[in-house]
Ligand binder design. Structure first.
Ligand code: BGC
Length: 695
């Protein structure tokens, strides 16, 4: 079977997964459910428009144009897959899906308690009353609003007055509709309905009728559909799903959904950053400190599995004070690092006072310089003795971990309030246990799943222990995130950890990694989401994300210095994570690598990267997404898990030659200016523009 997938960027993929996460209605909490259903509605409306376009024979010409951008044999592959699609059939299905979603959303909202229902309708009214909508998008909104109104009126027995916001939104939509189609009646009965209801609020419709009245683009709309499609579709590619099904894939450069486009709102002259926002820099123990013979990464190195030895890393063991001062000099107020368990407990049950003293000094110095410590317990590294004891999947291992967490949270709790238990868990499962390219270097998918389960348990234990020892602590974990421009293959992104040569060699290998990845991520995320839905004990106080780039797949994985910056993706990620977890979000990592110190081929500089990403954070805050902080990776160049070639530092350090002088990059001044200005002002935005788009 040949499918057509509409890949609309990670935003929508995430929403799809969000919808998956809320299928269990019995434990979904109403507010998050209707919001998620609204988001799902936007997505299906965009899919509906896409299929309406493709179902017209004239669309073939546009598709052909896109295909011509490819070389043979890709072109013929697309052509054959294109011929095999059945657009009309899909179009009908997509329309039915829109109707189902509207109906579903209406029933959901009708079932809310009156106060919650009024609040939801008001919010939808505000959402609907967005002036920048394209006509075709406005029709979807109109259909939804009409259906909601009809539901309200069906329920009018209890409440004869629909919320004012909803009435206002409906009126605005109807007026705009008339402006957009001068001299023409609205195209469908539902549009008429939407218009009439503005003046006639006594219409009494059955809810099911309203829900089935979807405004469809008519035949005469083909030019509008074409313009819509051209504005959103970036490319058409052949691909395969993980199970090998050929897929005809369209990539949309931005979500073709109904939410306002970011560029339509100017960046405000002053920032939206709240007081207490964490402006920080990040590093991690193993990458930064220096020799660490007790870590699993030392074993990995000894086995010849790294391109270069660790040597003295960035000599953080001796220079942390200098780095803290440099961070404070930029006006920052947060510093993230991780504790190396093997320094605290070099042998099972044996605490090393020197290790404890080091971290105590480190965190105390941060505080003395006005920096809030953000501390990770496990950042890709743990003691080799722990692995020898049986590791994560053994009871002895879990007991040892519990002891470690208890110790460090008692010891450092008075200095540290912000904790991250595990850095990028799924990255470890895939890179360390499936591909074997990171320590502990295993190639054992079953073990990966077992470790995933163990980490879920360990995270929960750590959460309770830390809170038990320090009631004001805030505990989370941080996930690797990104923007993926390639349909359902998005799951394989985690295999980029490590070197390019060690990524899956064949399509089937990639497919099985992809499947496993999905299983792991679903497992990992589903557990937390289920906890939240059920209203039982929660195990996250906020959610941490690391965001670096956009992946275009297929296309191969690249070295860190070739990752493609895509600042808008940070906004989407923030929005989606907040939508998923209903928690404030902390950006625990975001940064740009160069190859040694060479300028990047794509023209991006670290300073432009930083400013353009913070601009997206600002946008997210302005749109009401609670972002707790922005922590840039990294304060200095450091050991990039096997190599010193990728340089992420705000301050350059020649770790390879062991010259530890901290040399500021221009991004230091950019960061300082942004923080001093309280955000990205138009001047700063103009001073640090992104490179011009490449042809
Ligand atoms: C990791 C860091 C790493 C950075 C750049 C993140 O995935 O947490 O340890 O250095 O990415 O690759």
């Amino acid at each position: 079977m040949v499918l057509l997938l509409v890949a609309v960027g990670f935003g929508c993929l995430m929403i799809e997964r969000g919808a998956w996460a809320t299928t269990d209605e019995t434990c979904a909490s109403p507010p998050s459910t209707w919001r998620e259903r609204l988001a799902a509605f936007e997505t299906v409306w965009a899919t509906h428009l896409t299929w309406r376009f493709l179902a017209d024979p004239r669309a073939g010409r546009d598709v052909w144009e896109w295909m011509n951008r490819h070389q043979e044999p890709v072109r013929s592959l697309i052509a054959s897959q294109w011929r095999a699609t059945r657009p009309t059939e899909h179009s009908l299905r997509a329309t039915a899906e829109v109707e189902r979603r509207i109906d579903d959303l209406c029933r959901q909202i009708a079932g809310l308690a009156p106060a919650a229902r009024a609040a939801a309708l008001e919010e939808i009214g505000r959402w609907a009353d967005w002036p920048g909508r394209a006509p075709l998008e406005a029709r979807g909104v109109a259909a939804l609003v009409a259906a909601l109104t009809a539901h309200e009126q069906a329920a009018a027995l209890h409440d004869p007055h629909p919320p004012a916001e909803l009435v206002r939104a409906r009126a605005a939509l109807a007026a705009r509709w008339r402006e957009q189609r001068p001299g023409r009646a609205p195209a469908s009965q539902a549009a008429n309905q939407a218009t009439n209801q503005v003046t006639n609020q006594t219409t009494n419709q059955a809810t099911s009728q309203a829900a089935s009245r979807v405004v469809r683009p008519s035949d005469g709309d083909f030019p509008a559909l074409r313009a819509w499609f051209r504005g959103h579709c970036r490319s058409i590619e052949p691909a395969r799903t993980p199970d090998g099904t050929p897929v005809f894939l369209m990539v949309f450069g931005r979500r073709p959904g109904l939410l306002p486009d970011h560029d339509e709102k100017p960046t405000p002259p002053r920032s939206a950053f709240p007081p207490g926002f964490l402006w920080g820099v990040s590093t991690a123990g193993y990458q930064y400190e220096g020799p660490n013979p007790g870590s699993i990464w030392a074993t990995h190195e000894q086995a010849g599995k790294t391109a270069e030895p660790l040597r003295r890393a960035a000599d953080g063991l001796h220079r942390f004070e200098e780095d803290i001062k440099l961070a404070a000099g930029m006006g920052l107020n947060a510093f993230r690092t991780s504790i190396e368990w093997s320094r605290i407990e070099p042998q099972p049950g044996v605490i090393d006072p020197a290790g404890v003293a080091y971290y105590r000094r480190f965190f105390t110095t941060m505080r003395q310089h006005g920096l809030t410590p953000v501390v990770t317990l496990i950042h890709f590294s743990w003691p080799q003795w722990f692995e020898d004891l049986g590791g994560w999947t053994s009871e002895a291992g879990v007991r040892a971990f519990v002891r470690y967490v208890d110790f460090v949270s008692r010891e450092f709790g008075p200095l540290v309030d912000w904790w991250l238990t595990f850095n990028e868990p799924p990255v470890v499962f895939i890179a360390g246990y499936v591909l074997g390219i990171s320590a502990p270097g295993q190639k054992n998918p079953l073990q990966a799943l077992a470790v995933c389960r163990a980490w879920i348990r360990c995270h929960k234990l750590a959460y309770r222990i830390i809170h038990g020892n320090d009631p004001v602590a805030r505990v989370s974990w941080n996930n690797y995130t990104g923007t993926y421009q390639f349909g359902n293959l998005f799951q394989i992104h985690l295999s980029v950890e490590g070197t390019a040569g060690s990524t899956p060699a064949t399509a089937s290998e990639a497919a099985s990694v992809s499947r496993l990845q999905r299983e792991i991520e679903d497992h990992w995320l589903a557990d937390e989401l289920a906890q939240r839905r059920s209203g039982r004990q929660r195990y996250l106080d906020y959610i941490g994300i690391d965001y670096y780039c956009r992946w275009r797949l297929p296309g191969g994985f690249t070295e860190a210095y070739s990752w493609e910056p895509y600042p808008e993706g940070l906004y989407d990620t923030l929005k989606n994570y907040h939508r998923w977890f209903r928690l404030p979000v902390l950006i625990a990592e975001n940064g740009l690598a160069t190859r040694d110190l060479a300028p990047r081929a794509d023209g991006w500089t670290r300073e432009a990267f930083l400013v353009q990403h913070i601009k997206q954070v600002q946008r997210a805050l302005r749109d009401g997404i609670p972002v707790l902080g922005y922590i840039h990776w990294s304060i200095t160049d450091n050991y990039e898990w096997g190599s010193y070639t990728p340089r992420f530092g705000l301050y350059s350090v020649d770790c390879r030659r062991e010259d530890f002088t901290r040399v500021p990059t221009p991004a230091v001044e950019a960061y300082r200016r942004v923080v001093a200005a309280g955000g990205v002002t138009p001047d700063l935005e103009a001073a640090y523009p992104p490179p011009p788009p490449r042809p």
